[in-house]
Design a protein around this ligand. Structure first.
Ligand code: FMN
Length: 203
């Protein structure tokens, strides 16, 4: 089987649940997943979830209800591991998502400042024309944020603000977040049944 490879980065913006739900959805099907957590991402993860950095990230995912597919593999990196595979264009993968993406990381990628494993991997995606999906989290947005997003969109990234939908009547925070995660998976070309798809006749 040709296992698909994905990169998921978690930055220090609020909404680490989006990254966790995405990782959970990917890892439950056959894939090779590379997770990169920035220093800021770790701080927010520890603040917003039960992750405390003491136990392994895999154990944390299990506590979050992830059921690993027997053919799935997971590698976890810090932003400092700049020599890891995603930093090289010779490493072929099926896409990278930064979920959530801080304004700082957004700005770094928009200006080509590839100074850590996340910004370098994103830079590589753009130069190699591989899918790069950013979930920028900030509100309100200033002109610098908006211009950085425009610049990244022009360079080939997909700007996907984590704006959940309500028409499927999600009843938990997880279900609400999955309406966004489902769109990332769609853009990755990853089959899933995470949310009910819109069909007016069935409403
Ligand atoms: C609890 C908390 C929430 C934060 N939320 C956001 C946010 O939503 N958006 C943002 O751009 N920065 C946010 N920040 C600030 C970033 O963490 C900070 O700019 C950091 O340097 C980002 O670095 P990184 O992109 O390398 O993770 C938050 C910080 C904390 C402590």
């Amino acid at each position: 089987m040709n296992i698909k490879k994905y990169i998921v980065a978690i930055c220090g913006a609020s909404g680490s649940i989006y990254g966790i739900r995405l990782i959970k959805a990917l890892i439950e099907q056959p894939c090779h997943l590379m997770v990169i957590i920035s220093d800021g991402g770790l701080r927010v993860l520890e603040h917003e979830t039960i992750f405390n950095g003491q136990s392994s990230f895999k154990d944390f995912l299990t506590l979050e209800g992830a059921v690993f597919h027997e053919s799935s593999t997971l590698e976890v990196f810090t932003q400092h591991e700049a020599c890891a595979a995603p930093a090289s264009g010779s490493f072929i993968h099926n896409g990278m998502a930064i979920a959530p993406c801080s304004m700082k990381t957004l700005a770094a990628i928009a200006s080509g400042m590839a100074d850590n494993l996340i910004t370098r991997s994103a830079d590589v995606c753009l130069k190699e024309k591989r899918p790069l999906i950013l979930l920028p989290r900030e509100t309100p947005l200033n002109l610098i944020h908006l211009e950085n997003m425009t610049r990244l969109c022009r360079a080939g990234a997909t700007i996907m603000p984590p704006s959940p939908s309500f028409y499927t009547f999600p009843s938990t925070i997880e279900q609400l977040c999955d309406t966004v995660v489902a769109r990332i998976l769609d853009h990755f070309g990853f089959e899933h049944n995470l949310v009910q798809r819109w069909n007016w006749q069935e409403q």
